[in-house]
Ligand binder design. Structure first.
Ligand code: GLV
Ligand code: MN
Ligand code: MN
Length: 441
C-alpha cells in the first residue's frame, strides 16, 4: 500500500510536470535544484582529488566538456524538453508558445578556462533550464516559444578564439576557419566531437530576426556589485575585444657560448613587448585594458637562447576607436623592439568581438523583473566578453549580472552565493515572462 508520504510526494511531482491550465501559480525557480545541478556540473573537469572549491578545467572539446554536455542533454530531457544540437555544436531546447512568433532565447555556456570557476557560464545555462522547468511547473502557456541555449566553445582557450559557437550563429565564419589546428586537432573535427556537423556548418547560421530577444544571466566577474552590495546588475553594453597573434622570430643558439651582445633572443624581445602592452593600456585616460595571457617559447629549454616566441595580445574597451589606436601603437612598438633586439615580429589581428549595446527595452524588462522581486539594481558595462555580444546582431539583447565575491573570476576562487544565484535565476525568469508579454521589445 502507498504510504501517505509517498502519495503526497507523487502528487507534488505530478503538479510539477502537469500544466495547471487557467490557474497560474506564481512562477519561481527551484534554488535547491539549481544548486544541486551546479554542484553536479562542477564534477566534470574537477582536478583529481579536488572538491567544489577546486573549480573546473573544462576547456571546450576536452573530455570534461564532452561528458558535461552529455550530462546536460540528460538534464534537459528530465526537465521535459527535447534538446537539439546544431551544426556548430550549440544545444537548443524549445518549450511551448505560438510557432508563428519568434522565440525568446536565453542561455550561456558551460566550457571553462583552464583552472576556471564553477559559475562562469554554468550559472546562466542552468538558470535557463530552471526557467523552462519553472514555466512548466507554474502551468504557464507562453505566447512566444521559450528557447534555452547552451553555446558551444565560449572561452578563448581552444583555437585561441572565443564566443565561437555563437559567432557562427551570427554568421561570422570565414573560409578555412574550420581547418585551424590546435593541440593536434582540426577545428572541424573538434566540432564533430561535440555532436556538430562541420560539413553542414552554414546551417547553424541564423538570420537577423530569428529570435524575439536574447537574455543571458552571468556572474559579473568584476567587483562592482559586490562592493556596492547590490544583488542585480543590468548590463548596458559589452566591451569590444581586439585580439592579436604575435610571432617573434630571433635565433636559437647555445646559452653558454653565445655572448650577450650577439644574441637575437626572441623571449627578451617578447618580454619587452609584454611590458609595452601594459604601459600602452595604462597610459591613457579611460577603462581600456591590455593583456598578454598566452605565451609559447621555442625550444623552451634552459640551455638554449629562445629562437621563437608566439603570444597573444588583447585590448578591450567600449570604444572601437580606442582599440584601433591601441592596435596601431602595438605595431609601432613592436617594430621598434624588433629593431633594438635583432628580431622580427609579425602581428595579426586574429579575432575581434564588436562592442554591443544592450537593448533599452530588454534592460527595462530586467528592471521590472528585479523590481517585482524587490531587488535593487545597478546598471553597468561588461568588461568580459559574452555570447550575448554575438547575438546582439540578430535580435535585441540584454544581460543580468549577479555579484562575484571579491570580483574574482577565471579562477577556482570564483564565488557567487547560492542566494545570489537564485535571485539572478528568478530575475531571468521574470524578465523572460515580461518579454513574453510584448510583441516587440
Ligand atoms: C570570456 O570569459 C572573456 O571575457 O574572455
Ligand atoms: Mn569566462
Ligand atoms: Mn562566461
Amino acid at each position: 500500500m502507498l504510504s501517505r508520504r509517498a502519495f503526497l510526494s507523487m502528487a507534488g511531482a505530478a503538479a510539477l510536470v502537469q500544466p495547471v491550465w487557467g490557474r497560474r501559480q506564481n512562477p519561481t525557480i527551484d534554488p535547491v535544484r539549481l544548486r544541486r545541478r551546479l554542484e553536479s556540473l562542477s564534477t566534470y573537469g574537477r582536478p583529481g582529488g579536488g572538491t567544489f572549491a577546486s573549480g573546473v578545467s573544462r576547456v571546450a572539446y576536452s573530455v570534461a566538456d564532452v561528458t558535461a554536455r552529455a550530462w546536460m542533454l540528460e538534464e534537459m530531457k528530465s526537465a521535459g524538453v527535447a534538446p537539439r544540437i546544431d551544426a556548430a555544436g550549440n544545444i537548443y531546447a524549445r518549450l511551448g508558445g505560438d510557432a508563428n512568433r519568434p522565440p525568446i532565447l536565453f542561455g550561456s555556456h558551460i566550457d571553462s578556462v583552464p583552472g576556471g570557476g564553477n559559475f562562469d557560464g554554468s550559472l546562466g545555462t542552468l538558470a535557463a533550464l530552471e526557467v523552462l522547468h519553472a514555466v512548466q511547473a507554474a502551468g504557464i502557456t507562453p505566447r512566444h516559444p521559450l528557447e534555452m541555449v547552451l553555446w558551444a566553445h565560449e572561452e578563448s582557450t581552444a583555437f585561441g578564439r572565443g564566443t565561437a559557437g555563437s559567432r557562427i550563429v551570427a554568421g561570422d565564419l570565414k573560409a578555412g576557419d574550420l581547418d585551424q589546428v590546435w593541440n593536434g586537432m582540426r577545428r572541424g573535427d573538434a566540432i564533430r566531437r561535440i555532436g556538430g556537423d562541420p560539413d553542414r556548418i552554414e546551417e547553424a547560421i541564423r538570420p537577423a530576426g530569428s529570435w524575439h530577444s536574447y537574455l543571458e544571466l552571468h556572474i559579473e566577474q568584476g567587483g562592482t556589485l559586490d562592493r556596492a552590495q547590490v544583488p542585480i546588475g543590468i548590463v548596458e553594453g559589452i566591451v569590444a575585444i581586439h585580439r592579436f597573434d604575435v610571432v617573434v622570430e630571433g635565433m636559437a643558439n647555445h646559452a653558454g657560448t653565445t655572448p650577450m651582445g650577439e644574441r637575437q633572443d626572441a623571449l627578451v624581445a617578447a618580454s619587452t613587448l609584454v611590458l609595452a602592452v601594459r604601459e600602452m593600456a595604462a597610459a591613457r585616460q579611460g577603462r581600456q585594458v591590455g593583456t598578454v595571457g598566452r605565451i609559447d617559447v621555442e625550444p623552451n629549454s634552459p640551455n638554449v637562447v629562445p629562437g621563437r616566441v608566439s603570444l597573444s595580445v588583447e585590448f578591450r574597451d567600449l570604444s572601437e576607436d580606442t582599440l584601433r589606436e591601441l592596435g596601431d601603437a602595438l605595431r609601432a612598438r613592436a617594430a621598434a623592439i624588433a629593431r633594438d633586439t635583432g628580431t622580427t615580429m609579425t602581428i595579426d589581428l586574429a579575432t575581434t568581438n564588436p562592442a554591443a549595446l544592450a537593448d533599452a527595452g530588454v534592460q527595462d524588462a530586467i528592471g521590472s523583473a528585479a523590481d517585482r522581486a524587490g531587488l535593487a539594481v545597478r546598471r553597468l558595462p561588461s568588461g568580459a566578453g559574452h555570447d550575448a555580444q554575438m547575438i546582439a546582431v540578430l535580435c535585441p539583447m540584454g544581460m543580468i549580472f549577479v555579484p562575484s565575491a571579491g570580483g574574482v573570476s577565471h579562477s577556482p576562487r570564483e564565488l557567487t552565493s547560492w542566494d545570489d544565484c537564485a535571485r539572478g535565476a528568478n530575475v531571468l525568469l521574470g524578465a523572460v515572462l515580461e518579454l513574453d508579454r510584448r510583441d516587440s521589445v
